[in-house]
Design a protein around this ligand. Structure first.
Ligand code: PBG
Length: 329
């Protein structure tokens, strides 16, 4: 009879030693909850994201109360712009009375301790659904777009956003936003740069949720979002955004890009976040709805995977459920 040299299973035998040697853990401190806000009253379901709803500001405050009670550190806001407020220059993006700005003010006055993160990008506001201002052949023009993003970020900071998160992938926007924030006295406003954001098909349900899918049509974002085949380029993007003044960086989507999360953490040692995007949510929900996957166990395992890959936190539409499940133990 042969004996193994090492019995790896010894430490796995009992719950106590499994717990002692566990390298990564998921806690509520790792969760950021993305929410959709709309001008309409009440709530509206997002068909491709079962369990996710667009919320009026009143409903948003109810959800924020739940998130606060669960001790979720932060909420990320995504406004749904009414079609008649969209335009070629996306001017509604920096309207101090805009939906996003009103939502931020309402949240900060009711729940000052709950972190509020806003998305800096023009896609909810452009009539064509691109993240920036386009030329006459539909190409997103970098430097003009950066000027608009600066206005948008300043407007969010004035409303009280704790974190502005440029998700547009224009070059040079982090430095421009940082300089404008400093010049305007917003020295505490953090920048979470979507540094490595890929031109992904996993954003489909999100574009339904914010209503940019129809506007975008068959166009895509591959002239500014990254090619899914690239990893070195992601490191250059991250280096650049950090040099320009980002406090944290984001990798997006999440699960198909965990190698990027790991490299980002190893190479830079800065706060790294990952976005488990709408398509990832939809996949897990669909499989669970069919009875093919155990939702709770798979979601917690997927979220733990982000931590193991080196993420400091995860933006996830499962945040409320995950926080409840973690509390139940
Ligand atoms: C756009 C933006 C997108 C998401 C967040 N901000 C989609 C896009 O690039 O079209 C996607 C998030 C998700 O899929 O959950 N600035």
């Amino acid at each position: 009879m042969t004996r193994p040299d090492t019995r790896m299973r010894r430490m796995r035998r009992d719950d106590f030693s499994r717990r002692l040697m566990r390298e990564s853990t998921l806690t509520v401190d790792d969760l950021i909850y993305p929410v959709f806000v709309h001008e309409a009253r009440g709530r509206a379901a997002v068909p491709s994201m079962p369990g996710v709803e667009r919320l009026s500001i009143d409903e948003l405050l109810r959800v924020a109360e739940t998130a606060s009670e669960l001790r979720i550190p932060a909420i990320a806001l995504f406004p749904v712009t009414a079609p008649d407020a969209k335009s070629l220059d996306a001017a509604a993006a920096w309207d101090d009375e805009g939906l996003c700005q009103r939502a931020v003010r309402a949240l900060k006055s009711r729940f000052p301790g709950l972190g509020v993160i806003t998305d800096v990008a023009l896609d909810p506001y452009t009539s064509h659904g691109q993240d920036g201002i386009t030329d006459d052949v539909g190409y997103v023009v970098n430097d003009i777009t950066v000027e608009a993003l600066v206005r948008q970020a300043l407007s969010h900071a004035r409303a009280g956003a704790d974190v502005v998160a440029p998700s547009d992938m224009m070059d040079g926007r982090v430095r421009a936003i940082r300089e404008a924030l400093e010049a305007d006295g917003h020295v505490h406003t953090r920048i979470l740069a979507y540094a490595a954001k890929y031109a992904s098909a996993f954003y489909g349900p999100f574009r339904d949720a914010v209503g940019s899918a129809g506007a975008l049509g068959k166009a895509d974002k591959s002239t500014y979002q990254m090619d899914p085949g690239n990893a070195d380029e992601a490191m250059r993007e991250i280096a650049q955004d950090l040099d320009e003044g980002a406090d944290m960086v984001m990798v997006k989507p999440g699960m198909p890009y965990l190698d990027i999360v790991r490299r980002a953490k190893d190479e830079f040692g800065v706060p790294v976040f990952a976005y488990q995007v709408s398509g990832e949510y939809a996949m897990l929900k669909a499989a669970a709805a069919n009875g093919w996957l155990d939702e709770r166990r798979c979601v917690l395992e997927a979220l733990l995977g982000f931590k193991r890959a080196g993420a400091d936190g995860v933006l996830t539409y499962f945040a409320l459920d995950a926080a409840r499940w973690l509390r139940e133990g």
